[in-house]
Design a protein around this ligand. Sequence first.
Ligand SMILES: Nc1ncnc2c1ncn2[C@@H]1O[C@H](COP(=O)(O)OP(=O)(O)OP(=O)(O)O)[C@@H](O)[C@H]1O
Ligand SMILES: [Mg+2]
Length: 386
Amino acid sequence: MTQPFKTRIGIIGGGQLGKMLIEAAQPWNVEFNILEASSDCPSGKYATNFIEGSLMDDAKIKELAAISDVITYEIEHVNVNTLFELEEQGKTVIPSARILSVIQNKGRQKEFYAEHALATSSFLLMPSTEAKTANLSIFSGEKVVVKSCTGGYDGKGVAILSKEDVLADKVPSIFPGEVVLEEFIQDAIELSVIVARNAADEIKSYPAVEMVFDPKINLVDYLFAPSKVDTAIQREAKDLAIRAIEAFDGVGIFAVELFVDNRNRCLINEIAPRPHNSGHHTIEANYTSQYEQLNRVMLDLPLGETDLLTPAVMTNILGSDDVTGDYRLDGLSDLAATQGAFLHWYNKAASKPGRKMGHFTVLDTNLEDAIAKSNALRDKLRTVKP
Ligand SMILES: Nc1ncnc2c1ncn2[C@@H]1O[C@H](COP(=O)(O)OP(=O)(O)OP(=O)(O)O)[C@@H](O)[C@H]1O
Ligand SMILES: [Mg+2]
C-alpha cells in the first residue's frame, strides 16, 4: 500500500458535492467508491469503484458498503433504512442514520428543534388535506410558508401562499402528503453556519455566510462571506448552530441554515447533514474547506482551522432558460481574466433551465470589490447551445 490512508470512503450520490469531496482528498490519495444512477454524473470518473444504481436500492447500498470502510451521502434522499441496518452490522455511517432520518422529514426536523429549545419559526404539522382547517391566526402577516415534509430540495418542496389560498384548500394540489405550515419570516436575512464535529467530540464552526436569493426560482443567487450582520448576531447564529449539532450528537459536517428576522432574532430554518452549497467558497477562502473537513472527520483526524482567509463571493452557474440538453459554457475567458476568480464545473451530462451546472468564487481583500467582480461575471458565464 502506498496510500497513507487505508480507509475507503463510499459516497451515496455522485453529484457535484461528491466530486468536490473527492477532489479535496486527492493530495492525500484516499480511495472513494460511488453509488449513482448513471456513471455519467459529476463524480463518476473520479471513483475507484463505481456502482450504478438507485440511491434507494438496498442491495446496491450494501454493495457499496461491502467495499467501503465508511459510508457518507451527498444528498438526503437515500435509503435510510439500509443505513440503519449497516450501522447495526458495525459499519460507520457519517452522519448517522438517526440524524438523517430526522432531517429527511421537514416535520420531524421542526419538532426536533422545538423539543430541544432551538429557536425556529412557529409551525403546524398536518396532512395537506387538513391545511384548510388550520388555525392560521398563530402566524403573523398575510402569508404562510408551506413545505412538503418529504422529497423537497432546492426550494422545490416549498411554496409561499396567502392565508386566503390555504383556507381555500389550495395546499393538497401543491403537496399531496404531510406538510409543515410555518410563519413567513418577513424580510429575513439568510445565513448559513457550517459546523463540523468529529468522533473525538471536537467541534468547529465556519464564519457565517450571507445568502442572496433569486426570488423568481427560490434558489441562492450568490452568497458572501463574511456576513454583514452585526457581530453580536453572528455570535448568536454560531451558538445556535453549535447547540443544534450538539443536540443531534452529530458527527460529520452540517450546514445550519438560519433566518435573522426583523427583530434580529436568529431562527433555524433547516440543517443539511452534508457539504452544502453555502460552503463552496471555503475551498479557496478558508484554511480548511468544508470538503476537507468532512474527509478529516471520516479519516478520524483532528479538525482543520475554519477561519476565513479573505472575503469571498460564491455564485451558482445555473442552466440557461433556453437550453435543454447539449451545451457549452460561455464566458470562460472573462473569468480567466479576472484576478481572484475560480471556476468549478460539475460535468453534468445535460443543461436544464435553473439546474446547478457549476459555480465560481471570487476572492478580494475588499468584499464590495469581490461582489462587483462577481456581478460582472455572472451574466457572462452561461450555458449556451453548442
Ligand atoms: N419560514 C420562512 N420564511 C421566509 N422564507 C422562507 C421560509 N422558509 C423558507 N423560506 C424561503 O425558501 C427557501 C427554501 O426553503 P428551504 O431551505 O426550507 O427549502 P429547501 O428545498 O430545502 O431548499 P434548499 O435545498 O435550497 O436549501 C429558503 O431559503 C427561504 O428563502
Ligand atoms: Mg434550504
